[in-house]
Design a protein. Structure first.
Length: 79
């Protein structure tokens, strides 16, 4: 998976989770302690977002970033 494909997929998942929690981008930014612009960049799949604020956004949404050996995909990790 290319960096762009990864960040686009991540952005879509962040956007969907934010929407499922009925949060605006501004609400999420306030709760995570990041700028609304940063949230927008994450959701747009920008490839140069910083890790620490990204982890704050994910944590706020109840999400986590999982790293595993390549090729160890299960049906659940492809969603």
């Amino acid at each position: 998976m290319s960096p762009k494909e990864f960040t686009e997929s991540l952005g879509a998942k962040v956007r969907a989770r934010r929407a499922s929690l009925s949060l605006s981008q501004s609400d999420l930014a306030d709760l995570a302690g990041v700028s609304e612009r940063f949230v927008r960049f994450v959701e747009q799949g920008k490839t140069t977002v910083q890790l620490e604020p990204l982890l704050a956004v994910l944590s706020t949404l109840g999400l986590e970033l999982l790293v595993q050996p390549a090729g160890n995909r299960t049906a659940n990790s492809r969603s």
